[in-house]
Ligand binder design. Structure first.
Ligand SMILES: C[S@@+](CC[C@H](N)C(=O)[O-])C[C@H]1O[C@@H](n2cnc3c(N)ncnc32)[C@H](O)[C@@H]1O
Length: 191
């Protein structure tokens, strides 16, 4: 057995399980594009990734990363918009197999621009509406920054109230580490 994966690696392992060639998927916080890149390779030319970020530098960094990895640009639609607008962008009858959110601020960017509980919850709810049976909405919760604790609590409150007949919610994280390591919430639609 190797070491247990950290939150980020675990979230990617889940995406590899949940996403198949030809799927529609969402990256709700593209940032520097690492999740978008993985999603694009998983869905391939027949699939579609919808990526959202409010910051222009994040959209540009993601475009650069995709180009470096020779990803066909038609696979990824990038929107410089809040993920609260997912529902207005995604065609109504589009099923998704997965969505991922990395909360917090853009690594290497302004720490003042962070995800916020209200818009994050609107976005998660929109993704749940489009989620296929056994699909996953994954939230990597970083909460060590100012504002992070309130968002962490809001997301946990929401997840704990999801009806267990329709959704299973996993909480994966290390409970004996210093410096608030991120943890991963994975919501699976089961019914
Ligand atoms: C932790 S970073 C994402 C990291 C990214 N997944 C990666 O692989 O590099 C969080 C991102 O969320 C973005 N963000 C903040 N509020 C947002 C919102 N309402 N809608 C979409 N993106 C948002 C920030 O601009 C930032 O780039």
């Amino acid at each position: 057995m190797n070491r247990l994966p950290n939150g980020l690696t675990f979230s990617h392992q889940l995406l590899r399980e949940a996403v198949a060639s030809g799927d529609n998927v969402i990256d709700g916080t593209v940032g520097n594009g690492h999740d978008t890149l993985l999603l694009a390779t998983l869905v391939g030319a027949a699939g579609q990734v919808y990526g959202f970020d409010i910051q222009e530098p994040a959209i540009q960094a993601t475009k650069r990363l995709l180009t470096q990895h020779k990803i066909d640009p038609t696979i990824v639609k990038l929107y410089q918009k809040s993920h609260a607008e997912i529902d207005t962008v995604l065609p109504t009858d589009t099923p998704i197999s997965a969505a991922i959110f990395n909360l917090g601020y853009l690594p290497g960017g302004s720490k003042a621009i962070i995800t916020k509980p209200a818009s994050t919850l609107v976005a998660i709810k929109a993704c749940l509406k489009h989620l296929k049976k056994f699909g996953l909405v994954i939230v990597v919760v970083y909460y060590g920054h100012p504002g992070g604790l309130a968002e962490k609590q809001a997301i946990l409150d929401f997840c704990q109230k999801l009806p267990q007949k329709r959704y299973s919610v996993l909480n994966y994280g290390f409970i004996n580490q210093v410096h608030e390591p991120p943890f991963v919430l994975a919501i699976q639609k089961i019914n």
